[in-house]
Each structure stands twice: as structure tokens, then as C-alpha cells.
Design a protein around this ligand. Structure first.
Ligand code: COA
Ligand code: ADP
Length: 594
């Protein structure tokens, strides 16, 4: 499923700027006139900003390709203008998520950048950026990269409270929902990485043959920049894109010193602008190759700012990690020399670079595997924990935001919708007279599910990962046609609303755990993407929706219900309602404040 979500997200992104003319929502309760209008011809997101630039020799590196530093400046400017269009006041770059560069851009080509605000929070906004290159002669186009940046709005005298973004199209709704989950991940990113690095027992290879190693010291770079008015906005704040360009410059020099060739930047890890910088600041940029792998290297860059009058008081502005490769004439990555780190900090960074490489690979695996190439469940591992729960929640939100749900059956106000796409999905809906926070508490404790769902015989909590994520072992009774009962290992990720328009979410997906491998006793079942979304309708009223992207094991259940051959879905949901009503007062004290 993860890979499927990855595909959905990528497809979502690819279509994020196109005027959509897709099928209109026929019967989904969320769809309205505005949405229908948005789906029509000529719709353009009001925050969308476009920039097109012809790549000239002055923008290129030694390989005659657009320098990534220049591209980052254009990306940052386009995204900032989109953020400011929404905010109506000046904005600064707070962070930039990981960027992977799929293509280089040659001199003479055109770069088209589009940016739009996916969601506004309090003073910050997530901006989605897409970069496409265009060859004017052949009319071919390539996707170069996608980026997500967070901008914070600033007003001189008061704290900004941004107006909400109202998503209209299906793609906007998906991005809007998922943006809240991405924000959650961003805010814990530094701690997550620190935690992972602290707990990783990296098998280092520091004692390998040192004869043909390059001492890391040889790659060290230090450079200073004076921030002048052209590097800053009209309020004198340095553009984030300008700082990123300076960082890329020193990182490229460090990388070149290792390989004695012109390296190509492949990826930049998520980074955060810790504090502002203004015109007149001196920025000291330091870079060094932290580790070299067979075909790629990690370069770390650190930026500090100081005022001339207080040179000793340096402010840490930013640190970033960039991955470079060296391409031969056929664009194949060349083998790189090994690096010998300096004892102390150098060796620590060497090990941490290995850990970050593993984390990056795990993450890439999560988003890029093709459906046919792997099992549906993905392994649970501390290094992919944050991303796995992110994809768990975002896949459910993506499914939820689909426009083409079709109402198939309705029995006494319990509705069954289906969605026919790559996978058949179904969605049940009812309104219960119980407060949303209570419903959330009761349904997110999976161990109580056997109390109302006869498809769950027993549920055991295997691991409480953190406050909001837990892994359960679920055993369901023998299904008709099977000889053995089924079991599932499920990651449940629950999320409270980010703001009043958001639902409570309980997302479920299969994972594999070494402690709970498949046994002959049970037939291992898998859930791709399922779970609950709960909307507060009133003080004591909640719309409960259950979503399920049907795996083969569920198909029979869905089709018999849709065909009217069974009213199982109704009975299950009614049992769920009774369970919620019976237990409406049985809240843990900590949840009274939800
Ligand atoms: N990624 C994304 N957003 C972040 C973030 C991160 N790593 N850290 C904080 N934020 C968001 C918060 O979520 C909050 O958003 P909200 O108001 O919508 O809830 C907003 O930034 C302000 O957070 P707050 O806790 O009040 O402030 P802070 O002390 O963490 O400061 C910045 C955050 C971004 C304002 C501050 O670090 C800063 O000024 N950085 C420099 C920005 C800049 O000048 N950039 C240009 C290049 S130097
Ligand atoms: P850390 O040392 O934990 O990696 P820092 O923010 O201090 O974090 O530095 C980020 C990266 O910047 C380092 O990994 C390193 O690659 C580079 N760097 C930091 N200090 C220097 C320095 N004095 N000289 C060269 N490069 C440096």
C-alpha cells in the first residue's frame, strides 16, 4: 500500500497545477457547487504563482547545466510570492523539505516553476512547488523536482493569524489534509533524526585499508558572504533561497575537492532556517565531505551569521546535508575515493552520514516501490517509523479526499459508498449521538474492537510506539471459504484535528514485525489502507466514516454488500454505534480535554 500511496501522492503532485476536468463528484456528501466549479475549465488556485526562466550561460556550472543554487533561488522566490499572495504581508522561509533532483537542466532550456499554498496554519503555510524543464526546440518537458517549503508570515507589530486555505479540487483537498501530517513530521524532524542517530549501531568501516583514502580535511571549505540589499527582501531579511545558493556553492567546492571533477547535486535533506539574517550580516559558510560511499558522498554545510560590531556573537542560521554524485559522459555515477575522517567530530559525522544514508534509503523504499514488486506490508523499523506513520495517515486522507465516491447502498441512514479506481475501495458512514473526542478515544483503542466487530476475534497490543501510534496483532474468525482464521499485524496511527475543520483520524495499515511472523495456524491477512475519520457535527454528534481500500480478502465482503446480497456492513456499523453509545461516558481523564 505504501508504494501505492507513494504513487497516489506523486500522481497528485504531478497534477497539482493542472486545471482539472476530471469526473465531477456525483454523490459524495462533501462535494458542493464550489468544488464543481473548481473542477471546471479555467480554474486556477488563487495562490498559484508561476515563474519561467530561460537558462543562460551565467546561470550554469562547469557542465553547462543550471546550477542548483540558482534554481533554489528561483524556487524560493516563486514560493515566497505565493505565500505572500495568501498572507498579504511579508513572509520568510522557515524550512524546505527533502528535495530530490531527477533531471539536470541545460543552457538554452526553459525552467517553469509553479507554486501554491497547500495549507495555512497559524502564522505558517506549506507551499508546494513543482519544477519542470522545457526544451524549446523539441517541445519535450521533464519534471526536475518537487519541493515543499514552509513560510512564516511576519507583521511588524502583531502576531499573524493567517486566513484558512479553502481547498476546492480533489487534489487540493488531498494536499490540504496531508499537509497537516507533514507539518507534524517537520516539527519533530530534528529530534527524530537525533534520536535515530543516537540509537543507531552503525557498523562503521573506519579500520579499513587507509592507503588510498582522501583525508576529509582536504575537502574542508570556509567562505564568507556579506548580505547586501539585493540578497534581501524590502524589509531587509535575507532571502532563504540566497542562503541556500551560497550553501550549495560551498558544498560543491567541498565535493569537487574529493573527486577532482564536477559533481552533480542529487538530493538535499530537509532543513530549517533557525533564525533570521539581515542586510549587513556576515555569513560564514563551512562545508566538508562527511562520508563518501561507493557512488555518492554526503557533504555537510553549516551557516553562521554575525554583525561586524559583534564578531564573536555568531548565530547558527542553518545546517544542511547534500548528496552529490559524479557523472561520467553517459550520465552514470562514477566510483568515488574513500574518505578518512578526522578523529572526534569528523568520525562522529562520518558515522552519522552512514545512518542518514540508511534513513534516506528506507524512506525512498517507502515511497517508490512498485505494487507488483513487493509484499503489501512493509517492515516496521525505527528508522522508518516516522515516515511509515506519515504514509499511514496521509494515505487515508488521500483516499478520503477522492472526488468520485459513489453512494451504493443506504439502510436507515447508514451509507455505503464505493470508489472504483486502481483498487476497489469502500466507505461507510453514519452519524452517532456521541461527542467526537469520545468516539475517537473509543475507536482508536483497537483492543476494544472485538466488543463490536465480529470480524475481530481478539486484538493484542504488541507495541505502543508513541502516544499516537501503536502496533496490534489482530485475529479474525475463519472467513467463509477459508480453512484457517486470519491474523493481521497492524499499525494504528491516530491524529487529533489540526484545526476545527479537520476530522479526527485513525489510520490502519499492515506492517511486518520480526516478533510476529506468519505462522501455520493463521492465514496472514493484510490491510493496505483503512481506518476511521470522525467529524464533529455538534456537541454530542459525530459523523463516523470508515474507509477501506479493499485487498483481495475483503473483496467478497464488499461486493456482496454492494450487490445487496448482504447487509453485513449495516449490522457491523450498528453494533459499532451501540458500543459507542454504551461507553460514551467512559473516558480516561487525560482525554477529557481533547
Ligand atoms: N519547519 C516548518 N515550520 C516551522 C518549523 C520547522 N522546522 N519550526 C517552526 N515552524 C513554524 C511553527 O509551526 C509555527 O507555525 P504556526 O504559527 O503556523 O503554528 C511558526 O513556524 C512559528 O513558530 P514559533 O514556535 O512561534 O517560532 P520559532 O521560534 O520556532 O521560529 C521561525 C520559527 C521560522 C519564525 C524562526 O526560526 C525564524 O525566524 N527563522 C528564520 C526565517 C528566515 O529568516 N528565513 C530566511 C532565511 S534566514
Ligand atoms: P553536526 O556537526 O552535528 O553535523 P553542525 O550543524 O555543526 O552539525 O554542522 C553541519 C555540517 O556542517 C557538519 O556535518 C559538517 O559537514 C559541516 N561543518 C560544520 N562545522 C564545520 C567546519 N568547522 N568546517 C567545515 N565543515 C563544517
Amino acid at each position: 500500500m505504501i508504494q501505492n500511496v507513494g504513487n497516489h501522492l506523486r500522481r497528485g503532485f504531478a497534477s497539482m497545477f493542472s486545471s482539472r476536468t476530471s469526473r465531477k463528484s456525483v454523490s459524495h456528501p462533501e462535494s458542493g457547487d464550489a468544488s464543481a466549479m473548481a473542477e471546471g475549465e479555467g480554474y486556477r488556485n488563487p495562490t498559484e504563482v508561476q515563474m519561467s526562466q530561460l537558462v543562460l550561460p551565467c546561470h550554469t556550472n562547469h557542465r553547462g547545466e543550471l546550477s542548483i543554487g540558482q534554481l533554489l533561488k528561483w524556487i524560493d522566490t516563486t514560493a515566497c510570492l505565493s505565500a505572500e499572495r495568501h498572507a498579504g504581508c511579508p513572509c520568510v522561509t522557515a524550512s524546505m523539505d527533502d528535495i530530490y533532483f531527477d533531471h539536470t537542466i541545460s543552457v538554452g532550456q526553459v525552467v517553469n516553476i509553479k507554486a501554491k499554498v497547500n495549507r495555512a496554519f497559524n502564522s505558517s503555510m506549506e507551499v508546494g512547488i513543482q519544477v519542470v524543464s522545457e526544451d524549446l526546440c523539441s517541445e519535450k518537458q521533464w519534471s526536475v523536482c518537487k519541493a515543499l517549503a514552509t513560510f512564516v508570515a511576519h507583521r511588524e507589530l502583531s502576531k499573524v493569524k493567517l486566513k484558512q486555505v479553502v481547498p476546492l479540487t480533489e487534489e487540493e483537498k488531498t494536499e490540504h489534509g496531508v499537509a497537516a501530517e507533514r507539518r507534524r513530521m517537520r516539527l519533530v524532524y530534528t529530534d527524530t533524526i537525533k534520536d535515530l542517530l543516537a540509537h543507531y549501531a552503525i557498523q562503521d568501516d573506519l579500520d579499513k585499508d587507509c592507503s588510498n583514502m582522501v583525508p576529509a580535511e582536504k575537502t574542508r571549505v570556509e567562505s564568507v558572504e556579506l548580505v547586501l540589499p539585493p540578497h534581501a527582501n524590502h524589509q531587509g531579511n535575507t532571502f532563504g533561497g540566497q542562503i541556500m545558493a551560497w550553501m550549495e556553492n560551498v558544498a560543491t567546492i567541498a565535493a569537487s575537492r574529493l573527486c577532482h571533477a564536477h559533481p552533480t547535486l542529487k538530493a538535499i535533506e530537509m532543513f530549517h532556517f533557525r533564525g533570521p539574517s539581515q542586510v549587513g550580516d556576515r555569513l560564514v559558510l563551512k562545508a566538508i565531505v562527511n562520508n563518501a560511499f561507493k557512488h555518492s558522498m554526503e557533504v555537510g554545510v553549516c551557516v553562521e551569521a554575525y554583525r561586524q560590531e559583534a564578531e564573536t556573537q555568531r548565530r547558527h542560521i542553518n545546517s544542511a546535508f547534500m548528496t552529490f554524485v559524479v557523472l561520467d559522459k553517459d550520465d552514470q555515477p562514477q566510483k568515488l575515493p574513500w574518505i578518512r575522517p578526522q578523529p572526534g567530530d569528523g568520525e562522529r559525522r562520518y558515522r552519522e552520514a552512514s545512518a542518514r544514508k540508511k534513513i534516506r534509503l528506507d524512506r525512498k523504499y517507502l515511497v517508490s516501490c512498485k505494487q507488483a514488486e513487493m509484499a503489501l506490508s512493509v517492515p516496521w523499523d525505527p528508522s522508518n517509523q516516522v515516515y511509515l506513520s506519515y504514509y499511514n495517515v496521509s494515505s487515508l486522507k488521500t483516499l478520503m479526499a477522492k472526488d468520485n465516491w459513489v453512494l451504493s447502498v443506504e439502510i436507515s441512514e447508514v451509507r455505503l459508498y464505493i470508489l472504483e479506481e486502481e483498487f476497489l475501495s469502500f466507505h461507510l458512514e453514519m452519524v452517532v449521538n456521541v461527542d467526537a473526542a469520545q468516539v475517537f478515544q473509543l475507536l482508536s483503542d483497537l483492543s476494544r474492537r472485538p466488543e463490536w466487530d465480529k470480524h475481530c476475534r481478539s486484538v493484542e497490543l504488541v507495541q505502543q510506539v508513541d502516544e499516537d501510534d501503536a502496533i496490534y496483532h489482530v485475529i479474525s474468525p475463519t472467513l467463509s471459504g477459508n480453512t484457517k482464521p486470519q491474523d493481521f499485524v497492524i499499525l494504528a496511527s491516530r491524529r487529533k484535528p489540526c484545526d476545527s475543520g479537520d476530522p479526527y483520524v485513525i489510520a490502519l495499515r499492515s506492517v511486518t514485525l520480526p516478533t510476529h511472523r506468519e505462522t501455520p495456524e493463521y492465514q496472514r491477512g493484510e490491510t493496505l489502507c483503512s481506518g476511521f475519520c470522525l467529524w464533529r457535527e455538534g456537541d454530542q454528534s459525530t459523523k463516523v466514516s470508515y474507509y477501506n481500500q479493499a485487498t483481495p480478502g475483503f473483496l467478497n465482503y464488499v461486493t456482496t454488500n454492494v450487490a445487496g446480497l448482504s447487509s453485513e456492513f449495516y449490522n457491523t456499523f450498528k453494533a459499532c454505534e451501540s458500543f459507542l453509545l454504551d461507553n460514551r461516558n467512559d473516558l480516561a481523564p487525560s482525554l477529557q480535554t481533547l
